[in-house]
Each structure stands twice: as structure tokens, then as C-alpha cells.
Design a protein around this ligand. Structure first.
Ligand code: SAM
Length: 287
């Protein structure tokens, strides 16, 4: 089987199998060898690594990963792609394809079974319709992860990296930065995909932290506060928290907590960093 990664080979495979793109699965296949090399380089894949690939498509990036990694496990939801993958990956003996939804996989069991519970690497050109749930599920699962290198919509990459006070900063920035250090590896234009997406893309690597960067007594409460304060971006933090269906604090309680932390009563959530959300959460817990 020929090495994939250019438009001609991709079209040939698609035509041979009479494959039609399914929009609902976010199918935009990579057709640029430079970008493929860049992703695998950014992920720092070595021959000691077990790599989980999400959504292999016709197996283009999978081939690149197989040539660098010890083992690759690829999870693909579209049943029509499974026979194609069997063919395009037939030359590799270090790959396994699972037909299924990544959101329903037991990633901990995968890491235990295939990598003796040691940190795994995740690499994916993600389907954009479920980028955030996939990333958050991975980070929150506490599965041992070395890094997660993903192609995402450019705006999403910018939000993951954003710092307080910028317009990109939000709940996703805080959630990602609680678990990982983001590193933007490359911007990728639409013409590197088939079919072309309507948006620009970027490759971002999340270097997963062994220890969270801040300490907080109740992680769940902190993330509820974060969600509440960005759900209503134009409102003050106090209003956001009091209007949230997930929380039950009075205006007075929030005002008291903000005062105890030395923060202005009318402050907006977008001004607070992780550390301040943690202190606010601890303060509100104390009552
Ligand atoms: N990796 C290929 C490439 O770069 O050419 C394909 C990338 S395409 C953007 C996303 C892939 O993820 C598609 O093959 C799609 O069928 C698959 N996919 C979509 N939702 C999925 C899910 N929930 N679980 C696993 N795979 C999924």
C-alpha cells in the first residue's frame, strides 16, 4: 500500500472504496506531508511510545505514527472507514484499530492494557464538532498522559493558550491550563485538508502536568464558579455566580468573599487567573 499524505493517493483510496465524506463526523482529511511531519514532530513520538490516535480517517497520519512509535491504537467511529484502514495499514504490525466512539472508550483500561499504566501520548486531527468534550474528557480522566497533540480550529487553540484579560480567555483556557501547559506548534491553512474546512486550524500540544499548578479544596466548585463567570461574560463575576443554576450563593456571600480576597465588587471573571478562582472557591466554601 502506498504512503498516504498527498491529494492523489487520498483521492485514489476514496474512489476505490466509493467513500463519501460524512459531515456529521467532522471529516477533513490531511493531504499535506509537511503538516503530517510537523504533527508527529510536535508530539515528540519516539520508538518507546504508545500512541492513541483519535479518528484515523483513511489512516494517513496513522501511517506516519506507525513509523515512529512502538505501538499505535486508533479509534474510529465511522464503520465505512474500517475496511479502508485494514488496507492502508496492512504493512504495519504495530497498529490496532478499534471501531467506536472515543467518548465511550475506557482510556485508563487502554493505557493499562497497552502501556502497563505508563503515560501515553495522544495524537489527533480532531473532529471539530466535539473538540472540547474530547480534550476535557482526556484531561479530567486522570489517565496517565505525557502529552496530547491535536489539530483544532485556530480560535480554539488561541482560547486554550489565552491569559487573563484577553478576549480569547475563558473557561476552556482555565480548564486546559489547570491540567497542562499548551504549546502552539503550527498554524495550518484550509488547503491542507480534503475537503477544505471553512476555518483556519492549528496544531497545539498540551504537555500534561504531573501536579496541578494550584491547590484548591473543591475542584468541582472551582470549575462551577469558572463556568458561571464566563457563561455571562458581560456581567460582573458576582452576577454570573448568583445567576448560575449550578450554584447557590447569595450576593452578600459573593461580595464578602471578594472583599476578603481584596478584589473589587464589580470585577469580571475574565480578570481572574486560576489562583484567584481557587482562592475564591476556598473562601466561598468557608461561608
Ligand atoms: N486523522 C485523519 C486525517 O488527519 O486525515 C482524519 C481526521 S478527521 C478531521 C476526524 C476523524 O475522526 C474522522 O475520521 C471521523 O470519522 C473521526 N471521528 C469523528 N467523531 C469521532 C468519535 N466520536 N470517535 C472516534 N472518531 C471520530
Amino acid at each position: 500500500m502506498a504512503k498516504l499524505g498527498n491529494p492523489q493517493e487520498t483521492i485514489q483510496v476514496l474512489q476505490k472504496h466509493d467513500f463519501h465524506f460524512r459531515k456529521k463526523f467532522g471529516q477533513n482529511f490531511l493531504i499535506d506531508p509537511h503538516v503530517l511531519d510537523k504533527i508527529v514532530d510536535a508530539a515528540e513520538v519516539t520508538e518507546d511510545d504508545f500512541v492513541l490516535e483519535i479518528g484515523p480517517g483513511i489512516g494517513t497520519m496513522t501511517q506516519y505514527l506507525c513509523e515512529r512509535a512502538k505501538k499505535v491504537l486508533a479509534v474510529e467511529i465511522d464503520d465505512k472507514l474500517i475496511p479502508i484502514l485494514q488496507e492502508t495499514l496492512s504493512a504495519y504490525d504495530n497498529v490496532e484499530v478499534i471501531h467506536g466512539d472515543i467518548l465511550k472508550q475506557d482510556i485508563q483500561a487502554i493505557a493499562d492494557q497497552h502501556n502497563d499504566g505508563k503515560p501515553i501520548k495522544v495524537v489527533a486531527n480532531l473532529p471539530y464538532y466535539i473538540t472540547t468534550p474530547i480534550i476535557m474528557q482526556l484531561l479530567e480522566s486522570r489517565v496517565p498522559l505525557a502529552n496530547v497533540t491535536v489539530m483544532v480550529q485556530k480560535e480554539v487553540a488561541e482560547r486554550m493558550q489565552a491569559k487573563p484579560g484577553t478576549k480569547e480567555y475563558g473557561a476552556l483556557s482555565l480548564a486546559v491550563q489547570y491540567y497542562a501547559n499548551p504549546y502552539l506548534a503550527a498554524n495550518v491553512p484550509p488547503n491542507c485538508f480534503m475537503p477544505r474546512p471553512n476555518v483556519g486550524s492549528a496544531v497545539i500540544r498540551l504537555d500534561c502536568l504531573k501536579k496541578n499548578p494550584i491547590e484548591v479544596k473543591d475542584e468541582k466548585l472551582m470549575f462551577r464558579l469558572i463556568r458561571a463567570s464566563f457563561n455571562q461574560r458581560r456581567k460582573t463575576l458576582q452576577n454570573g455566580i448568583c445567576n448560575s443554576g449550578e450554584l447557590n450563593f447569595s450576593k452578600e456571600e459573593v461580595a464578602r468573599a471578594l472583599e476578603a480576597l481584596g478584589l473589587p465588587a464589580a470585577i469580571r471573571g475574565e480578570k481572574l487567573g486560576l489562583e484567584e478562582f481557587a482562592r475564591l472557591s476556598d473562601e466561598l466554601m468557608r461561608g
